[in-house]
Structure formats: C-alpha cells, structure tokens
Ligand binder design. Structure first.
Ligand code: GLA
Length: 729
C-alpha cells in the first residue's frame, strides 16, 4: 500500500518508490502538513513546534494557549481568516460578502485507484498501480465542505493533488480562492525556478532565491500564456542538474493560473499553485461543487535531471493520451512559413509532392482555407471551405495529397471570431464583449464565449460538416490572442468571476468531442506557438507547437527551458527556411534539423525552393529521425550544458534506459579562430563500459565521458551542429 493511515494518530502517509508525503490531524481538527521529500519512515509530527508569537492569532478553541497559531503551523490547505496571515490556499465569501474560512477535519477514504476529475484533465494509470486518499474538511459556519484529493502513482514517484469544494448549506457561497496544492516547508533554503517568456521566446529559465515576502508568477490572460509556465521547481540552494533536493510542480490547467512562494516571518516557506484568484469569484449554489484543476508533483534527491526524468515519464505515459501517445508521429510539412495566406489547392499539392518525394509523411494545411481569410483580419468563425480560393473542393486536395502516399492535416482556431465574418453578423453575442465598452482587439479578432455550450456546439457542428467529408488525420488547434472583454450574456454580472474557468472547461469539452467523433485523429496544440504549453493541454494534445520562433539558435534556449517539465515528444519542432522569418539569422540546414529533432520533427518551408544538395539532406535527416526516434522519445533526456551562452556550445543527449547507447547533440553558438577544444561531459552512461562512436569508430571509456567529456569537433563556419551516436561495446 502506498497510502498508510494510522487511525489512532490520525497520521496519513503517502509513499512512492523514493518519496514520502505526510500529514496529520492535530488539535482542534486542523490538518497539518508534516513532510514532503525523500522517502522516510516514521512519524514526523515533531516538526510542528509551538511558540507564542506576537500578533499571530490563536483559535478560540485553544483558550489561553497562545502558542497554538495557524500562522506558524505547516498546513495542507490553509485558509484566510483563521489566524494564518500568510498567503492562503483557500478563501470564500458568504452571501453578506464576509470573507473567511476555517476548515477542520471530518473524515477520510482510501481508494484503490487514482481518481479522475470530471471535465478536467488528470493523470491516469494504465497497467500500473494508482491510489487515492480523500480527506474531507468542513467549514461549519458557511456549510462548505472541501475534499482534498491525493493521487499516488507509486512507481513513478508522483503525487497529485486537487480539491472539490461543495456547498452543503442552503445559501449561496462565493469561492474567491481555491489552490490546487499548497506546500509548507518548516525548514530549508530554497530557490524558485520558473520559466518566463513572451511570444516567440517562451519558457526562459530563471532561478531566484526565495526571500521574505511573496513572489508570484502566473497568468491573467485566460490561457496559461507565453509569459509564465504553469510548471515550476523548488530547489535547494545547492541543487544542480546532478545533485540536490528539488521538486517539480506542474499544474494541469490551460487557463489563468497563479503560483505564489512566500518566506514568512519565521523563515518557513509556502508554495501555492492553482487557478488564478484575481477576478475569480465562483458562485457555489446550494448543493453544487467546484473542482480545482489537478497539480502533479515529483521530488528528487538527485538534482534536476532526475526530476526531469520523472516529470517526462509522468506527462508522456500518464497524461498524454490517444492513438499517437507513444507512436512515432508522422514527419510533417506545414504550409504556414511556406506560403502564409497566399495559396490555392495546387500550391498545397505542389508542396506536398516535393515533400513526399523526399520522405515527408504528412502535409498540414495551415491558416487561410476557410471563410474569407486572405490575411488575419477576417474569417474566423466561418468554418466552411473557401472553394473559390482553393480552386476546388477540400476533398479533392486531400485526395491528391493522399494519392502521394501522404497523410493530410489541417489548422483550426475554434475559440475565435473575426468581426468581419458571417458568424459575427449572425451571432455578435457569441463574442466576449462588455456592454458599453469598446472591445480590446488583438490580431483583429475577439474571443468566442466558450463558457457557453451553444457556442462550442456551433463551432463543432461547422467543423464536423467539413471533416466528415475528408480524410483528416491531424488537426493543429491554434489560439491566437489573450482573452479580454470577459462578459457572458448567460452568466450576467453576478457570475462574471466564473466565466474564465467555465471557458477552459468549454475548450476541454470541445477537444473531447472532436476526439470522440474522430477517435484516430491526432490533435496538436498551439497558441501562437507555445502560449498554451501546459500539462493540462497535453491530456488532449500530445504534441504542442513549441514556439512561433523557428530560429535554431533561439530554439536552443526555448527548448532548454521547456525540457525541465515537458517531454521531448510533446515539443513540436520544425526545420524552416533561412534567413529565418522571425530573426533573419542564417544557420546551416543540418543545424536546423539537429535542433528540430529534439522534438516531434517536421518541416515548415517549401522544399521545392531548397537546393538539390539540401533536398538530399532532407532524406538523410528523415532517416536519422526515424533511426533515433525511439531513443529520443522513449530514452532519458539530459541537458549537458545550461543556458549560459558564454560556454559557446549548447549540448543535450538522449540515453537508452539500458545505457546501451546515447545520442549526443551539440551546437556551436559562437565561432573563433584557433579555438580551444570544448569538452562536453556525457551523462547517464555505464561508467564501466566502453562506448564506440558509430560514425568514426573512436572509442571512449564511460568514466572518461562522464569525468572529462567528449571533445567537440572544430569545424570552420558558424552555428555547426553534431549528432554523435555512441554505442556500448
Ligand atoms: C499562429 C501559429 C502559427 C500559424 C499562425 C496562423 O501564429 O502559431 O504556427 O499557424 O498562427 O495564423
């Protein structure tokens, strides 16, 4: 049993292969957090200490005891208003507008399987053991019950959390904050590692010491966003790739979120993560429930690489789903950077033709095939084929592509509406707009109100009509603006604070219904590249276009940051033309391919326009991708350098789980004359073995590769890349 309950002590212990999580019901029915970290035995109740601290309130039940304060006790689900002045995990308002909560223990239940969440993504188990601990807490005054859910996937070292808030009173209650997880640490010096960014430059690594006060990251954009990732790490100050305590915490949610870390007056640390509470106010009618998104947590005593391996395995095998969950995805060519909006059916077939000759397996028709859409100012919401522009039916184009032996994929952006569209003429109320205010525009489009089922239905019905007629095997589902103008005619003013949450549920429902209608369909996520790159989305889209920036050198940083919490298989990555369309940089064709292979591989250019030499290279690249795919997607990923450019090279590797082979990838990011030889220390190998470079026959000792490293070849020219395949002798 991974979940141990000591009824007498009211002690709950969750054990995974190498981690332990422990909590206990203490005096007056409060649920205290005792420990989360390396696997330990025994009762850690001693971590709770009691001292009289000025201005830290005491529960009335404690009588004259001034040493008992929620302000100091590590807790599982802290509340605003019961004497704890730190950043709370939970708060609510009663019908009179009075804030506050005080949750006390009621009961527990252990289930022999991992829970799932209705309408929301949640990690699942398949052929491996999962367990659930439910702990019911209650606020007697407002009649609100909170069920804390803990999922344990023992073999993967994963603990998940979520909460269900239920109104058991006969008056409305308003939830103003409901985190998915709250972790209190009574000791330790921690850094917070988070991944900030912007459009076309997502998930930049940042590490900061947690100092007194509150550090907050998150999104109020209605999506998880380019600007902050809902995956963070908490790491011991001394931890690095290979050593030290670190926690990976990933929120399975694709909307506005919030992560706060606080160092309090006595140097204790709290981390809360969950749905964004700004502008959030969820009205809970008598008898109704609110379900928080799930958070998945892993801990490693052995540094970032080991934490990453655990997170990668969780996302790849317990969150991603569908036909292509673990299958090699077809090598695709996408029309966007090849022709943008300027194409007809013949142009698309021509791109497909050359690509298929060179070994590409799927053609993806990007934006511009529907409504009236020759630029980004019109047409969104009108999901019928523009046959005039295409010069015929979509069925004809798809057939011609299929006849080349290629699969066909198509782009959609279901959550949007252009003011210049038939849909807007017919249903202006489908768009988010606030009465009396001029709407905030972005890319000349508005957000559709996906909190309303009839809006989701309308978009799905239009799309079904198109997709029922063609053999579509892949969909790229895009989302190209942040949400604003939040107002829904069905929710009205009173329930405005619920809309963005319901919107995300609407998006999940859309994807569920699309997948149900076409069970073999492979959906790739996208939001202007990686603006909705989160573990929640990955439950529906096992691949996500990682960034609109296809520059190989920028991608090194983007893919480096992305790699901490998300597996390689999810990262959509393409070879594009030079000069690069986003940066103007020129990089060698091979370098672009090596970088794109650290993901799910494809092309984003017109292969009719590359040189004959490069056409031959495409064949070699695809052969290499197919050869190494299993190693890359199912092996263990190691970062061999960090984001520090002064090191002149970027390197990463894939190691098979039996350590029999590794593929070392190196890109030089700067060039010098008469350069010193850089050495890359190769990780994760068998120290006692000898490894042979498959291409040159050179031999290396496993220990040498680890301790001294692999010499990086020196070659004339800028931005060279190497893929070195080492095989155990
Ligand atoms: C977004 C996507 C691109 C492309 C365009 C089409 O920016 O990230 O890949 O699909 O939209 O408009």
């Amino acid at each position: 049993m991974a979940i141990l309950v000591n009824e007498e002590k009211k002690l709950f212990t969750l054990n995974t292969k190498s981690t332990t999580y422990q909590m206990k019901v203490i005096d007056y029915g409060y649920l205290a957090h005792l420990y989360y970290g390396k696997r330990l035995d025994g009762d850690m109740s001693y971590v709770i200490t009691h001292y009289d601290r000025g201005f830290s309130g005491n529960p009335n039940d404690a009588g004259e005891d001034r040493t008992f304060s929620m302000d100091n006790i590590p807790q599982e689900y802290s509340c605003y208003g019961n004497g704890d002045y730190r950043t709370p995990a939970f708060n609510m308002k009663d019908i009179e507008g009075v804030h506050g909560a005080d949750l006390r223990y009621v009961s527990y239940e252990v289930l022999n399987e991992k829970y799932s969440l209705k309408g929301l993504p949640a990690a699942y188990t398949e052929g491996e053991k999962g367990e659930t601990l439910k702990i019911v807490l209650m606020d007697d005054v407002n009649g609100v019950q909170v069920t804390l859910l803990y999922g344990v996937i023992e073999d993967k070292d994963v603990i998940t959390r979520a909460a269900i808030v239920k109104n058991v009173s006969d008056a409305d209650v308003f939830i103003t904050k409901a985190a998915s997880t709250s972790l209190d640490f009574v000791s330790g010096d921690y850094d917070i590692i988070h991944f900030h960014g912007r459009h076309a430059m997502e998930r930049m690594f940042e590490r900061e010491e947690i100092t007194h006060g509150v550090k907050k990251i998150g999104s109020i954009r209605g999506t998880s966003s380019h600007q902050h990732s809902p995956f963070v790490m908490l790491a011991d100050r001394a931890a690095n790739e290979d050593h030290g305590d670190c926690y990976g915490i990933s929120l399975l949610y694709s909307g506005s979120f919030n992560c706060e870390v606080e160092k309090d007056q006595t140097d204790q640390i709290r981390l809360n993560m969950g749905i964004q509470d700004e502008m959030f106010e969820y009205v809970l009618y008598p008898g109704s429930e609110f379900v928080t998104p799930e958070v998945a947590m892993v801990y490693s005593a052995d540094g970032f690489a080991d934490m990453t391996h655990k997170m990668h395995d969780l996302v790849r095998y317990n969150i991603c789903r569908g036909e292509y969950k673990t299958k090699r995805r077809p090598v695709l060519i996408n029309s966007w950077e090849a022709v943008y909006f300027d194409f007809d059916g013949d142009d698309i077939v021509n791109i497909a033709k050359k690509a298929s000759e060179l070994g590409v397996e799927m053609l993806v028709l990007d934006d511009g095939w529907f409504g009236v859409r020759n630029d980004d100012r019109s047409g969104l919401g009108d999901w019928f084929v523009n046959e005039d522009k295409m010069g015929g039916s979509m069925a004809d184009v798809v057939k011609r592509v299929n006849d080349l032996g290629m699969k066909f994929g198509i782009w959609i952006e279901p959550e949007m509406i252009s003011e210049k569209s038939r849909l807007f003429e017919e249903h202006p109320d489908f768009a988010f707009r606030i009465p009396g205010r001029k709407p905030v525009m972005s890319r000349s489009q508005l957000n559709l109100d996906f909190s309303r089922k009839e809006v989701v239905d309308c978009i799905l019905e239009q799309m079904f009509k198109v997709f029922d007629q063609i053999n579509v095997e892949y969909i790229k589902m895009d989302m190209n603006r942040s949400i604003a103008n939040v107002y829904s005619i069905t929710e009205g003013i009173q329930n405005n604070g619920t809309i963005l949450y319901k919107y995300v549920l609407g998006v999940y429902d859309f994807m569920d219904r699309l997948q149900a209608r076409y069970p073999k369909l492979f959906i790739e996520g996208c939001s202007g590249g990686g603006g909705r790159f989160d573990a929640g989305m990955m439950y529906y889209t096992p691949q996500i276009w990682c960034s609109d920036n296809t520059d190989a050198i920028c991608r090194l940083d983007i893919q480096y940051g992305t790699s901490f919490g998300y597996p390689i298989s999810v990262v959509g990555s393409h070879v594009s033309a030079v000069p690069n369309h986003q940066t103007g940089r020129i990089t060698p064709f091979n370098t672009r391919a090596v970088v794109a292979m650290a993901g799910s591989f494809g092309y984003e250019l017109d292969l009719n326009k590359v040189s004959d030499e490069e056409k031959e290279e495409v064949k070699t690249q695809i052969a290499a991708y197919k050869k190494y795919w299993d190693l890359m997607h199912n092996g263990l990923y190691y970062r061999l350098t960090d984001a520090d450019k002064s090191k002149k090279i970027a390197a990463w590797s894939f190691v098979s789980r039996d350590k029999a082979e590794t593929l070392v990838n190196i890109v030089t990011v700067d060039s010098f004359c008469n350069s010193p030889v850089p050495f890359v220390r190769v990780k994760g190998l068998d120290a006692d073995a000898t490894y042979v470079d498959e291409a040159t026959g050179a031999e290396y000792s496993g220990q040498g590769l680890d301790q001294i490293g692999l010499p990086v070849p020196l070659k004339f020219g800028e931005y060279n890349a190497y893929q070195i395949h080492l095989v155990r002798k």
